[in-house]
Design a protein around this ligand. Structure first.
Ligand SMILES: Cc1ncc(COP(=O)(O)O)c(C=O)c1O
Length: 390
């Protein structure tokens, strides 16, 4: 019913992922594979493109009003897909989740405050923290049974008292860990104990593989509702990242008022096309998403099996997302050599591990949100590029 195998040519479409890869990595789109920026190579559900075409047919693209249907699509989705009851007034629309994180930093912290990240983690967090003149406090994830786990005891021992906020990534990018209820509760309890605001970035929450379950932070730890700021969007799951429209859901009135002050100060009118696309995705996207997740899960298996055939290479077992974390530390190679083999030998543009913070030194983040054929091609290129290790 949905053809995720269709190869769609994205060159010369102002695609950062394809048209920007040569500048970013020196890999030509002519014969390279773009496996970096977090977006997929699939068209979204048809209804999403239909609203864009309808808007184009009308032809006037002014400011957006009457968000009731948009808000209802979100509350309906959260109830239906996540068992979470959200009120329309609890939702703020932002121009992307990175923008939302910036606003939250301004709302709940001051210059010089410490902001905790569980690294390796999505690189824009550290960038936005630094750009807002706050300090990144890294809490490195640890490998237990081959998967990431938090070490809150060690984090606690290293606190200075200047920390104001945790930015938590759930599911986790990179690597696709879906955190358990106990893990979520532990982070929330930690935030309570140390009086930290808990920003829970759940942008990947709909990209969860069969058999896995994402639990919204607020449902896992309702006691901490007065310090929890949840962020989500349609953009990752439905592959409409360029629509730059996300939602910040804050259920506590006083916490939400604080966010709203900075939201108003930095621009809060809605993205018209983004809102239309997001509404259509949440209204009509269930079946498409239910078909997509198993496809991604199979891509993850193909990638993991193929890369782990390289002696010393390990891929974290994914529970969700399409952002695989490949760890080459067992090869004994330095990052520069791993990168060289990816870019020059395999002609694959993938994200460099060190950009994600401590823990990423000999790793690469590889985006498998593409056709199976491309994933298979990437695997065989990597096997050749590291062929001398066989
Ligand atoms: C965890 C996480 N948050 C936020 C974003 C970006 O969100 P936006 O494009 O809405 O700013 C990404 C994109 O990769 C992400 O992985």
């Amino acid at each position: 019913m949905y053809d995720f195998d269709e190869e769609i040519d994205r060159y010369n479409t102002h695609s950062q992922k394809w048209d920007g890869m040569e500048d970013a990595y020196g890999v030509s789109p002519e014969d390279g594979l773009a496996m970096w920026v977090a977006e997929m190579d699939f068209r979204p559900p048809k209804e999403v493109n239909d609203v864009v075409m309808e808007a184009a047919r009308h032809g006037i693209h002014g400011y957006f009003a009457k968000p009731e249907e948009y808000l209802a699509s979100i509350t309906g989705w959260m109830e239906r897909r996540h068992g979470w009851t959200v009120q329309p007034r609890e939702i703020a629309s932002v121009h992307g989740i990175v923008a939302g994180v910036g606003k939250a930093l301004r709302a709940y912290s001051e210059r010089g405050d410490g902001i905790i990240l569980f690294t390796p983690v999505y690189h824009a967090f550290a960038r936005v923290i630094k750009a807002n003149k706050r300090e990144v406090v890294e809490s490195p994830l640890e490998l237990r049974d081959g998967r990431f786990e938090m070490n809150l005891e060690r984090l606690e021992a290293n606190l200075t008292g200047r920390e104001k906020m945790v930015i938590f990534c759930s599911p986790h990018n990179p690597g696709g860990r879906v955190w358990s209820r106990d893990e979520l509760r532990a982070v929330a309890a930690f935030c309570e104990k140390h009086d930290l605001v808990l920003v829970s970035d759940e942008i990947h929450h709909d990209l969860v593989f069969p058999g896995e379950k994402h639990i919204p932070m607020v449902l896992a730890a309702p006691e901490q509702i007065d310090r929890t700021v949840m962020m989500s969007a349609t953009t990752k799951a439905f592959n409409i990242a360029g629509a730059l429209t996300g939602n910040v859901i804050i259920q506590d009135d006083s916490l939400r008022r604080k966010f709203d002050t900075d939201h108003s100060a930095t621009g809060k009118s809605m993205n018209r096309i983004g809102a239309l696309m997001a509404t259509a995705a949440y209204q009509h996207g269930d079946e498409w998403l239910d078909a997509l997740c198993p496809y991604l899960a199979r891509n993850a298996e193909v990638f993991r099996e193929g890369v782990e055939a390289i002696p010393g290479a390990k891929v974290h077992p994914m529970q969700g997302t399409y952002l695989a974390w490949a760890d080459f530390s067992g090869t004994g190679m330095e990052n520069a050599e791993i990168v060289r083999r990816f870019q020059e030998d395999a002609k694959i543009a993938a994200s460099h591990g060190p950009d994600f913070g401590t823990g990423g030194a000999q790793c690469m983040r590889v985006n498998i949100g593409t056709t199976r054929e491309r994933v298979e091609e990437a695997v065989s290129r990597l096997q050749r590029a590291f062929g001398d290790l066989q």
